[in-house]
Write a protein that binds this ligand. Structure first.
Ligand code: NAP
Ligand code: ZN
Ligand code: ZN
Length: 350
C-alpha cells in the first residue's frame, strides 16, 4: 500500500488550494521518508500553479523549498539516519550519467531532471512537492540542513538560496567586485545576504525605496529606486555583475548600461514574455547577458554550509494551510517580507 499523505492541491490553473491527499511511493533501498516541517512559497510555484510557463500537470502540489526530519531510511541508505535535519530543492532525480550530471550540475541534466513537482519521475509517475506532510526521495537528492539554521528559515534556501548563490559563485562575486541585485523579494533578499558574505560591494535595485532599511540591514551597501529616472544615469558603467530576480519584464538596455567593461547581466527571474535588448548595449563594453538555473546537489550543500557559517537564513513569514491561496496574491503584489513559509502541521484536514 503506498503511503497516502495530506497535501494542498490545486486542481486547475489559478484555482484555490484544497486539502486532499497524494500517494508517496514505498521507501526503496536508497530512499528516505521525510516528515516535512516547512515548505517555502517560491514565485515559481505561482508561475506553475497559474500555468504562466505553459502547460502544467494537475492536480498539482507545489513546493520545492522543503525542510524536515528523516523519519525512515531504506536498507541501502548511507548518508542519512532517522532524525536528521534535511531538505529537498527543485529536483528529486536526474539521469546520473550525462556529462552535466557527472559534473555535479544535475540542474542541467541532458535527459531532463525530475522536478520535485509538476514533473514526471522516470517511471512515469507524477511528482508532488512540499505543500504536504511527507515525501519520499532518493538520498542522493536530499540535502543536510546544518544545525545552526532553524528549519523554517532554512526551507527557502533550497531554492531562493541556491538560485542566487550559484551565479554569484560562478561569476566570481567577492572582494573588489560590484554586484547589483534587481528585485528585493524572495530571491533578492537572499542574493543580498550571500553577495555581502562573499565580500562583494552590494547594491539593491528595487522599484522604490520602501525596503531600503531592511536591505541595508541584510548587507546592501547601496540601495536605489528604479522608478526614479535619475537612477540609471547615475549608475552608468558601475557593476561587474547584476543578478536579475524580477518575475516580470525589465528594461534590459537600461540595466546593461549600468555594467562596466566585461560585466554580466544574469537572469534568474523567469518572466513569461521574451525580453529584448539592443546589441549595441552589449558591444559598447563587451558586456554579456546570461541565465542561471538553481544549482547542483553538491553546490546546494556548499551553499547551506556557507549560510550556516555566515549566520545567513531567509527572512520569513510563517503561514498556515488556509492562507496559501491568499499568500499567492500577496507575493504577486510584493506584499511579503521576504518569503512565505507554510507550517505543514496545518495541512491535515479538520
Ligand atoms: P518575488 O518574491 O515575487 O520577488 C520578485 C521581486 O521582483 C519583487 O520582490 C519585486 O522587487 C520585483 N518585481 C516584482 N514585480 C515587478 C515588476 N512588475 N517590475 C519590476 N520589478 C518587479 O519572487 P521570487 O520568488 O524571488 O522569484 C523571482 C523570479 O525568479 C520568478 O520569476 C521565479 O520564477 C524565478 N526563479 C527562478 C529560479 C531559477 O533557478 N532561475 C529559481 C527560483 C525562482 P522590488 O519590490 O524590490 O522591486
Ligand atoms: Zn523556486
Ligand atoms: Zn543527466
Amino acid at each position: 500500500m503506498p503511503l497516502s499523505t495530506p497535501a494542498l492541491l490545486v486542481h486547475s490553473a489559478g484555482q484555490a488550494f484544497e486539502r486532499g491527499t497524494v500517494d508517496r511511493r514505498d521507501v526503496g533501498p536508497s530512499d528516505v521518508l521525510i516528515d516535512i516541517a516547512f515548505a517555502g512559497i517560491c514565485h515559481s510555484d505561482i508561475h506553475q500553479a497559474r500555468e504562466e510557463w505553459g502547460r502544467a500537470i494537475f492536480p498539482m502540489v507545489p513546493g520545492h523549498e522543503i525542510a524536515g526530519i528523516v523519519r525512515e531510511v531504506g536498507s541501502g541508505v548511507t548518508k542519512y539516519a532517522v532524525g536528521d535535519r534535511v531538505g529537498i530543492g527543485c529536483f528529486v532525480d536526474s539521469c546520473r550519467e550525462c556529462e552535466n550530471c557527472l559534473a555535479g550540475e544535475e540542474q542541467f541534466c541532458l535527459r531532463g531532471n525530475v522536478a520535485t513537482y509538476n514533473g514526471r519521475a522516470y517511471d512515469g509517475t507524477d511528482t508532488y512537492g512540499g505543500y504536504s506532510t511527507q515525501i519520499v526521495a532518493d538520498e542522493n537528492y536530499v540535502l543536510r540542513i546544518p544545525d545552526g539554521i532553524p528549519l523554517d528559515a532554512a526551507a527557502p534556501l533550497l531554492c531562493a538560496g541556491i538560485t542566487t548563490y550559484s551565479p554569484l559563485r560562478h561569476w566570481g562575486a567577492g572582494p573588489g567586485k560590484r554586484v547589483a541585485v534587481i528585485g528585493m523579494g524572495g530571491l533578492g533578499h537572499m542574493g543580498v545576504q550571500i553577495a555581502h558574505a562573499m565580500g562583494a560591494h552590494v547594491t539593491v535595485l528595487s522599484r522604490t525605496l520602501a525596503k531600503e532599511a531592511e536591505g541595508r540591514a541584510l548587507g546592501a551597501d547601496e540601495y536605489h529606486a528604479t522608478e526614479d529616472p535619475a537612477t540609471f544615469k547615475s549608475l552608468r558603467n558601475r557593476f561587474d555583475l547584476i543578478i536579475n530576480t524580477v518575475s516580470a519584464d525589465i528594461p534590459v538596455d537600461r540595466y546593461l548600461s549600468t555594467l562596466r567593461l566585461d560585466g554580466a547581466l544574469v537572469f534568474v527571474g523567469l518572466p513569461e514574455n521574451p525580453q529584448t535588448f539592443r546589441v549595441f548595449s552589449l558591444t559598447g563594453a563587451r558586456r554579456a547577458i546570461a541565465g542561471s538555473n538553481i544549482g547542483g546537489i553538491r553546490e546546494t550543500q556548499e551553499m547551506l554550509d556557507f549560510c550556516a557559517e555566515h549566520g545567513i537564513a531567509s527572512v520569513i513569514e510563517t503561514i498556515g494551510a488556509d492562507d496559501v491561496t491568499d499568500a499567492y496574491d500577496r507575493v504577486v503584489r510584493g506584499d511579503v517580507r521576504y518569503r512565505f513559509v507554510i507550517d505543514t502541521a496545518t495541512i491535515p484536514g479538520a
